[in-house]
Design a protein around this ligand. Structure first.
Ligand code: SAM
Length: 350
């Protein structure tokens, strides 16, 4: 069976074996065929728009101790900073003035941001701006998620990180894989546009488990899928492990597009950190349709060091928006003007 036939089969009915085949990249020419097909599926199902989401990282406090993450509570060298609510609202206003239509409010699992504090924050941002609000504040119980939704939050990001249960529980001590997946199901049921994702190239991760990750995105009907390379942080137990590969990350992006069709898939920050603007452009040609610029100012930006070099730029540079517009034009694409809700296309490739 040639790559084209296999891709058609994958598009119609994804199975683990075909996913592993393309993830391995072992067949000569399979990457080129995969990337071109993913780009076609992207164009057909979500069009040429590139959606921008501004990210504000508002707290580097975290109760968890994930082995890969610079925010882990055992990392005593990291400054722990929490942005005051007025400052968060000011940053959201600023993002809106720059032209963003969506804000992602992300933090470690900070006990200070319990139910009331998050509800208050969402209300303030919704009251002060017309932005769609995406929360990424970790695992909560159903009732809490519901109050966030009722307060006006539109979307929620919670990556499942890996579908390999044993690996997940080894890397995220004290967390349960079952609960992570249950949280995603609850978020969907409540009505959030729900994001998940994985780190590509985690130590101990197999291609089979990455194939399962992609099938899980489909089975949970995930709306937004963020996949970036694992980047070792020197102050974590995984400091000496190799980083996830750029090529494998592109394959995951492309396969996630083919299997889930009309989802929103970012060219992730982790990819931009390892591969720069060119990496971002490559992902956009291989299935991605979203870019998430980090608008967090200093000193909070530096404090949110989940992996090295993340806060390396001093401040958000509005010139990035001009560069993204130019990249979009060069790729025959355009920057969307709307908030970029997921709109199931119902289309099929002929
Ligand atoms: N606390 C929230 C949560 O658990 O979803 C959001 C913050 S968490 C730091 C955001 C994401 O950073 C994680 O889902 C993980 O995928 C990513 N991340 C953490 N450490 C990383 C690393 N070393 N390399 C790449 N991504 C990493």
């Amino acid at each position: 069976m040639d790559a084209g036939e296999r891709l058609q089969r994958l598009y119609r009915q994804a199975e683990r074996g075909d996913l592993v085949h393309f993830l391995s990249g072992a067949e000569p020419g399979s990457d080129e065929a995969l990337f071109a097909f993913a780009d076609r599926v992207r164009r057909e199902h979500v069009g040429d728009a590139i959606h921008l989401r501004a990210i504000v990282e508002f707290s580097s406090f975290c109760r968890n101790d994930c082995l890969y993450c610079g925010l882990r509570r055992s990392n005593r060298g990291l400054p722990r900073l929490r942005m005051p609510a007025e400052e968060i609202v000011a940053q959201c206003r600023r993002a809106e003035a720059l032209g963003f239509r969506t804000i992602v409010l992300q933090s470690g699992e900070d006990p200070f941001y319990g139910r009331e504090a998050v509800v208050d924050l969402v209300r303030r941002v919704k009251g002060a701006t017309g932005l769609a609000v995406t929360l990424a504040v970790g695992e909560r119980d159903e009732e809490e998620y519901r109050t966030f939704f009722d307060a006006g939050a539109d979307r929620y990001l919670l990556k499942h990180e890996t579908s390999d249960r044993a690996l997940y529980e080894r890397l995220d001590p004290g967390l349960s894989h079952e609960r992570r997946i249950a949280c995603l199901r609850v978020l969907k049921r409540i009505g959030f546009q729900t994001g998940s994702g994985i780190m590509v190239g985690l130590p101990g991760q197999t291609l089979e488990s990455v194939a399962d990750d992609i099938l899980l995105f489909r089975d949970l009907d995930i709306d937004m899928i963020g996949c970036g390379p694992f980047i070792p942080h020197p102050a974590t137990p995984l400091a000496a492990e190799p980083a996830g590969s750029e090529e494998l990350t592109y394959r995951v992006v492309a396969l996630a597009r083919i299997v889930t069709r009309d989802t929103h898939i970012p060219a992730t920050t982790a990819l931009a950190v390892t591969a720069g603007d060119a990496g971002r452009a490559s992902a956009l040609c291989r299935g991605a349709n979203v870019v998430m610029p980090n608008v967090t100012p200093q000193p909070w930006r530096r404090a949110y060091e989940i992996y090295p070099n993340k806060g390396r730029t001093e401040v958000f540079d509005p010139a990035l928006l001009e560069r993204l517009r130019r990249t979009a034009r060069q790729l025959g694409r355009f920057i969307a003007e709307d908030a970029g809700d997921r709109l199931p296309s119902g289309r099929r490739l002929s």
